[in-house]
Write a protein of this length. Structure first.
Length: 386
């Protein structure tokens, strides 16, 4: 390695990292499939295939997986890949978005950089929405068989988070009426339970949400589920409510040139509409015997909800991760504050998928009047020296 590359600088104590993981709503399949033929990933994929196979009798044919989840077949034969709509089902996207992120991580630690060293060179981690779970995975200094056992368990956890969420919100695809109504508003994207409203400030959009909620039934309320950056937030609700929002404020959206973009997802994450998940996911966590405790984390993992360090929490962290992902409001600036506050952190390593989380972090750090390089591991960076 060149002495100018980042890994060499880390070895010399001249670079320290913050590890971050993105969320849903971005394509991931092409990133994942490029690793499939790599012999270094043989056990990685075998572990995941087996984990999914073990749970098939319990999940296939459910509202969350009406057509199953046959990742091995999809990777072997492109003709078998389901539609984008099906790939965005929570029960599919949650485990496989995480798998794509962990494939980028596995790629990094398979090239002469040990997990132990990466943890030693890192000063914190977080994740955007579901990425908080991937952040917890890499914060464990697991070796050999323990690493693959954790890979299987974290895959199953995300699978059952998706299954449980879809049971509570059993509307994975838009109805013909919702499609027609959305198209009548000249929407270019298919309506989903989450929509990004870009432009203006948070207060302006929050006021619009408060105003329309007075007209909506209690069970149809709209929530600002994610505050991504000063001009980027995501609303969570039933599709019909989000369509009503678009209709009510159509002229204002056009006049102010707001962007109104539905996310590729099938559940309204980060809002009280999924509160009835609690007893369902508790049973599934017990079923797979998923256990993770603060003492196992060798790296601070910061919540995007309240900035809490998972290392300071009590009990099985599966419950807190569930609540952060499904129920709690996301404030990405709270995840970025440790980066802004710690001058020793020189770079953010972003495990994707894509570059959305990379962009959101850059925008958030700008509000702290700080700039730090954010390297997307979705594409091997020459700066890393690998």
């Amino acid at each position: 390695m060149s002495e100018n590359n980042l890994i060499e600088k880390a070895r010399l104590g001249e670079a320290r990292f913050f590890l971050q993981f993105g969320g849903q709503g971005v394509p991931w399949f092409k990133e994942l499939e490029r690793y499939y033929e790599n012999p270094d990933f043989a056990k990685f994929f075998e572990t995941v295939f087996q984990a999914l196979e073990e749970e098939k009798p319990r999940v296939e044919g459910s509202i969350g997986l009406p057509h199953g989840i046959d990742l091995e077949a999809w990777l072997k034969d492109k003709e078998s890949i389901p539609s984008e709509a099906y790939l965005s089902y929570a029960s599919v996207s949650l485990p496989l978005v995480q798998l794509t992120q962990l494939a980028h991580y596995h790629n990094l630690v398979s090239q002469g950089i040990s997990q132990h060293d990466l943890l030693k060179w890192s000063l914190g981690a977080s994740g955007h929405s579901q990425g908080i779970i991937g952040a917890a995975f890499v914060a464990i200094d697991s070796q050999a068989e323990v690493y693959y056992k954790n890979l299987a368990q974290f895959t199953k956890l995300q699978l059952y988070l998706g299954i449980s969420a879809q049971k509570v919100y059993p509307y994975p695809e838009a109805s013909s009426e919702e499609l027609a109504e959305s198209q009548a508003l000249a929407s270019a994207s298919i309506p989903s339970p989450m929509v990004a409203v870009l432009g203006a400030d948070h207060k302006t959009i929050a006021n619009l949400v408060e105003e329309i909620n007075k007209e909506l039934a209690p069970e149809k309320q709209i929530y600002v589920g994610l505050y991504n950056s000063p001009s980027n937030r995501i609303l969570s609700s039933h599709r019909s409510s989000l369509i009503a929002f678009a209709k009510k404020y159509q002229s204002k959206i056009a006049e102010k040139q707001f962007k109104f973009i539905y996310l590729m997802t099938s559940c309204p994450f980060h809002c009280p509409l999924l509160k009835d998940m609690s007893p369902i996911i508790a049973r599934e966590i017990e079923h797979i015997n998923f256990q993770l405790y603060a003492k196992e984390l060798k790296l601070p993992v910061y919540s995007f909800y309240d900035g809490a360090n998972y290392q300071d929490l009590e009990g099985n962290l599966a419950d807190r991760m569930f609540r952060d992902l499904m129920l709690h409001t996301l404030h990405w600036d709270k995840a970025m504050k440790p980066v802004a506050d710690n001058n020793a952190i020189t770079h953010i390593l972003d495990f994707g998928p894509g570059k959305t989380s990379q962009r959101l972090s850059a925008e958030s750090l700008k509000e702290f009047e700080i700039e730090k390089p954010i390297l997307a591991l979705a594409k091997t960076s020459k700066e890393l020296g690998i």
